[in-house]
Design a protein around this ligand. Structure first.
Ligand SMILES: [Zn+2]
Length: 304
């Protein structure tokens, strides 16, 4: 969604029902209110939603005039919050972040562009990480999560970088009080930190709620929590890339590119341990949700 909180599957199911209702309304009235990303994973009705610029799209997703993350200098930072000692997630997800840029999968985002018709580049680089030893406890509010990012930056543990997405990755004993595991598995938004527009994302360890936020309990890299996070991180990264300030690319229901394909995986194959995978990034197999291609009428895909 536009603020793109990645919904858990139950919510997704409800959303599908609501979506059909919304479509019915649109067809009947022809002028259904536009939904805008809220950061809560739901589109909410707004009285004066931004009017789509650039005319109608035929690809099922609309540009609303805001910036997208163009250029080849975009970065990913990880903040490992809580206790990650001895957890292979730190290497699995660092490998993901190091290899997703330049992949056929991330190339889907190059079908998105800004008001100058500058397209997203198939480039994003992993640029560093820090840790946070429960500085704000084990139940984090949305404001806490921005504070965790701000602290990492202002303390100098991570650079101040407007061309980046900072991921707050919480261990399985930590929750996010606005709805982790019940309303969403992750989300992204932006905020002003040290006078700079900073894009950041929350992704919790779905070992806390496997039935809601994990694809499978036996996973390609032998760590179901980390492999579940890989798909959610990819989701939030591509939304932050194409809708960093929640005013660029989303559809009339408030769904951003990855929302439109959430929990769909396309063609899968069996990894060596028998789990499902659908792509190789570097030397690792992953099962990562599809993303919406903004071309040829629009469709979910694993590559472009
Ligand atoms: Zn989303």
């Amino acid at each position: 969604m536009s603020v793109s909180r990645q919904k858990v599957r139950i919510v997704t199911t409800i959303m599908v029902v609501l979506s059909f209702a919304a479509i019915a309304v649109a067809q009947a009235g022809g002028n259904a209110p536009e939904l805008q990303p809220t950061g809560k994973g739901w589109g909410e009705r707004v009285e004066h939603a931004a009017k789509p610029t650039g005319g109608a799209t035929t690809n099922g997703i609309v540009y609303h005039g805001g910036p997208v993350m163009t250029g080849t200098g975009n970065h990913i930072y990880f903040i490992w919050y809580g206790n990650w000692s001895g957890n292979t997630a730190t290497t699995i997800l660092t490998d993901l972040a190091s290899k997703i840029g330049g992949s056929p999968y991330f190339n889907i985002n190059t079908t998105y562009y800004d008001g100058s018709n500058t397209h997203v580049s198939n480039a994003v680089a992993y640029a560093g990480n820090t840790t946070d030893n429960y500085s704000l406890g084990k139940s984090l509010t949305d404001a806490n999560i921005q504070s965790i990012v701000a602290s990492a930056i202002t303390s100098g543990r991570l650079p101040l970088d407007s061309h980046a997405v900072y991921f707050v990755l919480t261990s399985s004993d930590v929750t996010a009080s606005s709805g982790f595991c019940t309303q969403y598995c992750g989300w992204h938004t932006n905020g002003t930190i040290s006078g700079t527009d900073i894009k950041y994302s929350f992704v919790g360890n779905p070992d806390r709620c496997p039935s809601a936020c994990e694809d499978q309990t036996t996973s390609p890299n032998g760590n179901a929590g980390a492999d579940g996070m890989a798909s959610i991180i990819a989701h939030e990264l591509e939304e932050a890339t194409t809708d960093p300030d929640l005013n660029a690319w989303y559809d009339r229901r408030g769904q951003e590119n990855a929302d439109k394909c959430a929990w769909t995986f396309g063609t899968t194959y069996a990894a060596s341990n028998g789990s499902l995978a659908n792509m190789k990034l570097g030397t690792r197999d992953f099962l990562i949700q599809r993303n919406w291609v903004n071309a040829n009428g629009g469709f979910c895909a694993l590559s472009w």
